[in-house]
Design a protein around this ligand. Structure first.
Ligand code: 5GP
Ligand code: MN
Length: 318
């Protein structure tokens, strides 16, 4: 057992009342890991509740325990300690002010999470934070029940794109196998995550696909989703996942970028790469972060200002 994991275990045993949270723009790894930590703390006889920094994507509402999530402005329970999963502390958005002075346990796999206060266990070799949570649960002598296994399998499946991305390791698949033995349903979870989207999703996907730009080398592709267009559709921005993946599928493309506007004058930039470029390094130059093949950042400004700046930076890294 690594010293970092041992420190996390000691901290979990020592605290009694816990708040659990993760990053804004919450995804399956983040929420699945949060709910599995809540399960573990309950097993240890602790009081614990999960707080999501923002709106939950609808495709994650099937997760056992998602209905117990507490909104930031509805926290009624006292807490002394905090677990932040799958995120740098600052990416917890509106939760950050509530937790910054508490004892914080930070469990993450983002390479950009390089320093910070509290008890840290950051391992970028893990495909998903859910892998670390599985090792934590096992390290404390428990077997996940069906609900917890469903949360952790969802975490692994989300961050590996359904066990397709290059981060998928033998350990990822061995853990997935254990989780299926514990009751997680591969087909049921894949169905919930990937096989159903509301109709407006496809209107917006149509816009993304018909607005693709390709640089003359054919190695950089980007597209755009204006905030006004998103607002004109009956869909929450939290439910717009996966668009950038289509851009990366174009033959010859190494870097794919989706620029997603908001009505608040910000642009959410999603970066993906195929084989060689480390887009986490690229995102870090823009104040964001992520993983070598999937990263992002949020920038202030208009699409017209931001697109030339980011595409020039991306081209220089090819
Ligand atoms: P997505 O493009 O799906 O929103 O994000 C891709 C990856 O980059 C995810 O692992 C996500 O956590 C990370 N990411 C996205 N935006 C940011 C950001 O602003 N800061 C950091 N550190 N990571 C980000
Ligand atoms: Mn993750």
């Amino acid at each position: 057992m690594s010293p970092a994991l041992e420190r996390v275990i000691t901290a979990l045993r020592d605290g009694d009342r816990w708040l659990i949270t993760g990053h804004a723009h919450i995804d399956g790894d983040c929420l699945g890991s949060m709910l599995a930590v809540e399960w573990l703390l309950a097993k240890l006889g602790k009081k614990a509740f999960c707080v999501a920094p923002d709106e939950l994507p609808r495709c994650l509402t099937f997760l056992p325990g998602a209905d117990r999530l507490v909104k930031v402005d509805e926290i009624a329970e006292p807490f002394e300690r905090v677990v932040v999963v799958d995120s740098e502390l600052e990416r917890t958005g509106p939760v950050y002010d509530l937790i910054k002075d508490k004892v914080i346990v930070n469990i993450d796999h983002h390479q950009s999470n390089v320093h910070g206060p509290g008890i840290r266990w950051v391992d970028p070799s893990a495909a998903a934070t859910g892998e670390l949570i599985f090792h934590l649960i096992e390290g404390m002598g428990f077997d996940p029940d069906e609900d917890c296994a469903t949360c952790l399998y969802t975490a692994l499946m989300s961050d590996t794109g359904g066990f397709r991305f290059s981060n998928t390791s033998a350990d990822t698949l061995a853990i997935a196998s254990r989780l299926v033995q514990q009751g997680a349903s591969p087909a049921g979870i894949a169905e919930a995550l990937y096989e159903e989207r509301p109709f407006p999703y496809f209107i917006l996907l149509g816009h993304v696909l018909s607005s693709i730009s390709l640089d003359p080398s054919g190695r950089l592709a980007w597209s755009v989703l204006p905030g006004e267009l998103i607002a004109s559709q009956a869909i929450h921005p939290a439910d717009l996942d996966g668009f950038v993946h289509y851009l990366r599928m174009i033959k010859g493309v190494e870097i794919a970028i989706l620029f997603q506007g908001t009505l608040e004058g910000e642009v959410k930039v999603s970066l993906r790469s195929r084989k060689t470029v480390n887009v986490a390094d690229l995102a870090a130059k823009l104040g964001g972060g992520g993983h070598p093949r999937a990263a992002g950042c949020t920038l202030s400004g208009s699409l017209d200002e931001i697109i030339p700046k980011v595409t020039a930076l991306a081209l220089s890294s090819l």
